[in-house]
Design a protein around this ligand. Structure first.
Ligand SMILES: Cc1cc2nc3c(=O)[nH]c(=O)nc-3n(C[C@H](O)[C@H](O)[C@H](O)COP(=O)(O)OP(=O)(O)OC[C@H]3O[C@@H](n4cnc5c(N)ncnc54)[C@H](O)[C@@H]3O)c2cc1C
Length: 280
């Protein structure tokens, strides 16, 4: 089974600034890491390969420093990585990002070998839209299942996946090729030794593709190919917290304390009255 895993190189903070002029992220000066949500997807791919054989290829659309992140994922055990990088891809929204990723996956299929399964993380820590996976599936016209907690091979042409939702579990048999996103708690990513990271660096298993390789219309990628318009950005005011802690042993005491606090708070009292009426 040939499995492609999408991995994003993200700023190591949720507090990224946005350029008020262009509405795009300002990455300068912010250290980057592999998106933590993507590591369980890499782990899932490695476990599948251990069971049925095949190849795990990691793909990232990112600027060149993302090589460091790809070395980490190769150190985990991925067979090779494709870095899709070009100035013309900069400023992409999720539509343009997923378009480029889907075309890179098609190129992998055409030049390296048929891709059976594409795995993604559940979301990123910098933009967190969870759009990219569904959009890639849509560009490829493949089925998509999200928030998957376990994935099992089922013969050569299908996988069985489970989703753990709040009140129930779902199970699907998905015909391949397909796109699946893995929930962050689904599996613990294996640790990476310094030795395996160094080996990944020396073995140069990272292929770099620019738009000269993908040959996409520049009007369909990057900022030009992004229909999203950031009309306005607003800094959210910090909400002052009272920072009160109460540690009762008895849950009834805890409930009474919470209700008393809610009744004492004028604003909350109004909200509660709207719910329970004058009985309050
Ligand atoms: C108008 C606009 C302009 C933007 N400009 C910029 C910009 O200049 N620079 C910038 O960095 N971002 C920019 N962004 C954010 C950009 O859209 C997102 O970084 C990108 O599309 C991924 O979306 P997401 O982070 O919400 O991913 P999600 O949809 O939350 O990601 C889901 C999963 O998809 C995979 N994935 C996501 N992105 C990638 C990737 N690049 N490579 C491989 N796998 C991936 C991962 O497995 C991830 O877990 C812009 C967004 C908008 C709306």
């Amino acid at each position: 089974m040939r499995i492609v895993v999408g991995v994003k190189w993200v700023p190591n903070t949720q507090a990224v600034r946005i350029d008020p002029e262009t509405g795009t992220l300002i990455r300068k000066g912010v250290p980057s890491i592999v998106n933590p949500h993507d590591l369980p997807a890499v782990e899932a791919a490695l476990r599948l390969r251990e069971r049925v054989g095949g190849e795990v290829i990691v793909v990232s659309m990112a600027p060149p420093p993302a090589v460091k992140g790809l070395e980490l994922v190769l150190g985990m055990g991925a067979d090779r990585a494709v870095l899709v990088t070009d100035r013309v891809f900069a400023g992409a929204d999720t539509w343009a990002t997923s378009y480029v990723l889907s075309r890179a996956i098609q190129k992998i299929s055409a030049e390296i070998g048929r891709v059976d399964l594409v795995l993604f993380g559940h979301e990123t820590i910098d933009s967190s839209t969870s759009h990219v996976q569904a959009q890639v599936a849509s560009w490829l016209d493949w089925p998509y299942v999200y928030y998957v907690s376990s994935i099992e091979p089922l013969g050569d042409n299908a996988v069985r996946v489970e989703r753990e939702l709040e009140e129930y579990e779902e199970e699907y048999v998905v015909e391949l090729p397909a796109v699946v996103s893995i929930a962050i708690k689904a599996m613990k990513p294996r640790p990476v030794s310094l030795q395996s990271k160094l080996r990944a660096k020396l073995e140069r298993r990272i292929i770099t593709w620019t738009n000269a390789d993908l040959k996409l219309d520049p009007r369909c990628v990057g900022l030009k190919g992004s229909p999203t318009v950031v009309a306005k950005t607003v800094d959210m005011p910090e909400v002052p917290r009272k920072k009160e802690v109460y540690r009762p042993r008895d849950p009834k005491d805890a409930a009474r304390w919470i209700i008393r606090k809610m009744v004492e708070d004028e604003k909350l009292r109004e909200v509660m009255k709207g719910i329970v009426g004058d009985e309050l």
